[in-house]
Design a protein around this ligand. Structure first.
Ligand code: SAH
Length: 407
């Protein structure tokens, strides 16, 4: 574990209060881990023993994806950073303890270059200006860097001169994309994209596999701890090479493709079309001809699989914060895979879903929290469930007891 002084208490960020991104920075790192352990125990201990959280050896500058909103301060200067919570005021961030340092430096450089090229941040009220956000992603192992410039229209005055200067200052940038987002929305990226430089995506290496990552695809933001998390997930799955594996909520196929090395067959399902396209490319990139990826709602996909009576041995599921949904869980229960490895960034919704699975034939064998997001109050947990084949009696779904209906 890193020395306390460097990682937490006594060395808080000057923006701690205004930014709100590091909810736990007032605690030392070991206190943060304790807080997260207690949180997991609170929600999950009714299913069994919760193993001790795995912390990050050096919990700094772990975020491989950095997003900055651009705006103009009252004195006319250009600011870039995060929105102050519950406001539209931008807190200017130059270097953040969580974020990748190269990414931060590139964002500051974009901010400095704008006035030189008579380019200005977009003003939503007036509907004028050029730049809304900048997103930078960096491959931790490969060093490849993607810069996404989010603009309200596809216009880009002085594009070539601006890009030449940015690339001269930061030759480590491997691709630049213009994302067009003219909508009044809190979503950063628009649907339309133009590749201005390079191949339009970056690659990174995780658990010995190579992954292509597009601007709009989900990719874990802490690559060091992701290897720890996936390592645990693989340990829990205990694959022998004979299994049919389902990777649900698969993103760009990372878990499924790491599993594919030790499985007979991998099926991945994901809602985001860009991520599925990446996942298919990633299967090729890693020579995983036993992996197939589908673009669909995981619940609907599983319902069809259950109707068709498909056979699945191991299910990995890694849903968003809201957790999984009833169609998915009911279909998993009916497909009755031997093992389910459930990864979640929200122990509350995970507990709700585990309760359903435990009523429908499963027993929780292992629960392992991993600190993927040091200094924030988020915690990730990987759980392993085994099917109790012998004494399995399916419990019908009872609407009056279901939290799902309250959503
Ligand atoms: N397993 C991946 C991604 C996990 S994040 C990884 O470790 O990188 C959760 C993913 O679920 C996101 O990619 C999101 O696009 C996807 N998702 C959200 N709702 C979904 C749904 N209803 N059906 C399928 N995928 C969904």
């Amino acid at each position: 574990m890193a020395p306390e002084k460097k990682t937490g208490k006594g060395n808080s960020c000057p923006l701690y209060k205004a930014c709100g991104g590091c909810q736990l920075q007032n605690l030392s790192y070991s206190e943060q881990l304790q807080y997260k352990q207690v949180k997991c125990i609170r929600f999950l201990s009714r299913f069994g023993h919760v193993d001790e959280i795995i912390g990050m050896a050096l919990p700094l500058h772990y975020r491989n994806k950095v997003q900055a909103a651009f705006g103009t301060a009252r004195d006319g200067s250009i600011v870039s950073g995060v929105y102050q919570s519950k406001s539209h005021r931008i807190v200017c961030v130059d270097d953040c303890k969580l974020e990748d340092e190269t990414a931060d430096a590139i964002i500051v450089m974009v901010r400095r270059l704008l006035p030189r090229f008579k380019l200005f941040p977009y003003n939503e009220d007036k509907g004028k200006g050029f730049l809304r956000h900048v997103l930078v992603r960096r491959g931790f192992q490969t060093g490849e860097v993607m810069v996404v410039l989010v603009t309200p229209t596809n216009l880009f005055p002085k594009k070539d001169a601006f890009l030449n200067e940015l690339l001269r200052r930061h030759p480590e940038i491997t691709t630049v994309i213009q994302s067009i987002n003219g909508a009044k929305t809190s979503l950063v990226l628009g649907k339309e994209e133009r590749v201005l430089f390079g191949k339009g995506y970056i690659e990174d290496v995780l658990c010995g596999c190579r992954f292509r990552i597009s601007a709009r695809s989900f990719y874990q933001i802490n690559p060091v701890q992701t290897e720890v998390l996936y390592g645990k997930a693989m340990e829990f799955a205990a694959l022998t090479g004979k299994e049919t594996v389902l990777d649900a909520y698969c993103g760009i196929g990372t878990i499924g493709l790491v599993a594919a090395k030790n499985a007979k067959r991998v099926i991945g399902v994901e809602l985001n079309a860009d991520a599925v396209r990446d996942a298919k490319q990633n299967a090729k990139l890693n020579g995983a001809d036993n992996a197939r990826f589908y673009c669909a709602d995981a619940g609907k996909f599983m319902t069809e699989a259950a109707k068709a009576g498909d056979k699945v041995d191991v299910v990995f599921m890694d849903p968003p914060r809201a957790g999984s949904d009833l169609p998915f869980l009911k279909s998993v229960a009916s497909l009755a895979p031997n093992r389910i490895v459930y990864i979640s960034c929200n122990p509350e919704t995970q507990a709700r879903d585990l309760a359903f699975l435990c009523k429908n034939g499963y027993r929780v064998e292992k629960m392992q929290p991993v600190d993927m997001f040091p200094h924030t109050n988020h915690v990730e947990t990987v759980c392993c469930l085994y099917h109790q084949k012998k004494d399995f009696i399916s419990v019908p779904y009872e609407p009056k007891n279901a939290d799902y209906l309250k959503r």
